[in-house]
Design a protein around this ligand. Structure first.
Ligand SMILES: Cc1ncc(C[n+]2csc(CCOP(=O)(O)OP(=O)(O)O)c2C)c(N)n1
Ligand SMILES: [Mg+2]
Length: 253
């Protein structure tokens, strides 16, 4: 992190609680860079998160106002804060479980109502903090603590979910695509209306261990197979596109 960005971090909160190889730390750095790139005033930001590993990204690490709330409820808290003070820029950062399982209704209705929030979903395909249970984002063939037989249920495509609900700025990247990720996040942060960024983040401790992905290099290779630039994906046949997800700026209306 460059010296000019250090004032935006609470240095006494480091090192982060994230496991070795977890993508959430990369996302933490990317958010700081994206806020800086977007030219936002840190004194007018409110970061809201729920409960989970991802919810620790803003709080306690960012030197801004942060609300570390209840599981599934960061959008509700963020909406209330915005209504009380419309000069705030509210940025929700939370996990896939938090935002699409227990908090799934808040997510789709925030998109439908075009609330002026930026929601950044750290999707590690699992409930990380509670020990690796299946989430609505867990691929069918993945093993988890609660699906030891794999062959589970089909996952949500979170970007299509919020698109269907009416979101007008939607993008997805993995934490391995750091420049692209910072770029779309900085655009989302100044978008006039609801914006949604899905960030694919590896969880070596639970997802990796249960699915025999032993190194970060293996994670990267696996994610490269699944998350493909939307222009490249569009050229594949329907059967080749199965179980693959587009990356990039997916909707910008
Ligand atoms: C009402 C309620 N239900 C369940 C929990 C337990 N719980 C805490 S975090 C979590 C899941 C976290 O998964 P995710 O949001 O994907 O974040 P990650 O840890 O994977 O980053 C659950 C089920 C809780 N704290 N509160
Ligand atoms: Mg998760």
């Amino acid at each position: 992190m460059s010296r000019t960005l250090l004032p935006y971090l609470r240095l006494e909160a480091f090192p982060t609680p994230f496991c070795s190889g977890c993508g959430h730390g990369i996302l933490l750095g990317a958010v700081v860079r994206a806020v800086n790139k977007a030219g936002l005033d840190w004194n007018k930001l409110l970061f809201a998160s729920g409960i989970g590993c991802a919810a620790w990204i803003p709080s306690p690490h960012f030197a801004a106002d942060t609300l570390h709330t209840l599981h599934g409820r960061p959008i509700a808290f963020g909406t209330g804060a915005y209504l009380a003070n419309k000069s705030l820029k509210v940025i929700v950062i939370s996990g896939d479980g938090d935002l699409s399982a227990i908090g799934g209704n808040h997510l789709i209705h925030a998109a439908r109502r075009n609330l002026p929030l930026t929601v950044i979903c750290a999707n590690n395909s699992i409930y990380g903090m509670t020990g690796g249970q299946a989430a609505p984002t867990t691929p069918c063939d993945a093993f988890t603590q609660t699906t030891p037989w794999a062959g589970g249920e089909p996952p949500f495509d979170l970007c299509r979910l919020v698109e269907g609900a009416g979101a007008k700025y939607i993008a997805r990247h993995t934490v391995f695509q750091i420049r692209q990720l910072i770029n779309v996040m900085s655009k989302a942060l100044v978008f006039d209306g609801f914006s949604f960024i899905e960030v694919i983040s590896p969880c070596p401790t639970h997802f990796g261990k249960l699915n025999a992905i032993s190194s970060l290099g293996d994670f990267r290779a696996r994610l490269k197979e699944i998350y493909i630039d939307k222009r490249r994906l569009d050229k594949l046949t329907a059967s080749e596109r199965q179980n693959k997800f587009p990356t990039g700026e997916l909707t910008a209306l």
